[in-house]
Design a protein. Structure first.
Length: 199
């Protein structure tokens, strides 16, 4: 019986040593930070669990509030995934709105951050660059008319005067009328000598 008790006592001590060796952080108050990059904010907070606090910030620097966590995606975290930190440590999650993309050309020095703070990634602008304004067009000046421009020819010359009889010719001061002159008619030249209204 004494031998069995000794063997049993040794076995318990050995089991306790193995359990302690498999949990190096047991009792140390430290936890490992999970990697939550690419997750939506709601799922990232769930994965951090009760041992870590979560703080979300707008990665674009525009200080937008995260009202609906599932509409935001984690693009950077501090501390990084896999880090061992004390329980209760605040993990800062840098997030952008769903559908926004992070600029691949953004560098850590592109945005000024407080000393010791992680660089904030730059969000690519989804707006296309404005189109260049069209060049102003100038209307050519009208050509100047020639200096010696004669008046236009009269396409409709005045009609020959019409006299109803010789009294009208005399009243107009046009008597006598000769053949070929304006107003001459053979009816006014009674004797047919080429001169009308001569008497």
């Amino acid at each position: 019986m004494l031998v069995m008790a000794l063997i049993g006592g040794c076995g318990s001590a050995s089991d306790g040593a193995v359990e302690a060796a498999s949990s190096p952080t047991a009792g140390s108050g430290q936890v490992q930070v999970p990697d939550v990059l690419g997750l939506d904010l709601n799922e990232a907070k769930d994965r951090l669990g009760p041992d870590l606090d979560a703080k979300s910030v707008d990665a674009t620097g525009r200080d937008r509030m995260q009202i609906i966590d599932s509409n935001w995606q984690v693009v950077q975290q501090d501390p990084t995934g896999g880090s061992a930190v004390p329980k209760g440590t605040t993990v800062t999650l840098h997030v952008v709105k769903e559908g926004e993309s992070v600029s691949p050309t953004a560098s850590p020095t592109a945005t000024a951050t407080p000393s010791g703070a992680p660089p904030v990634p730059q969000v690519a602008d989804s707006q296309p660059p404005p189109a260049p304004a069209p060049a102003p067009t100038t209307r050519p000046a009208d050509p100047l008319p020639p200096a010696d421009n004669p008046p236009p020819a009269n396409d409709n010359p005045p009609a020959d005067p019409y006299y109803a009889n010789c009294d009208a010719v005399r009243a107009a001061g046009a008597a006598p009328l000769h053949r070929g002159e304006p107003g001459y008619r053979s009816r006014l030249d009674r004797d047919g000598d080429g001169t009308a209204c001569d008497t």
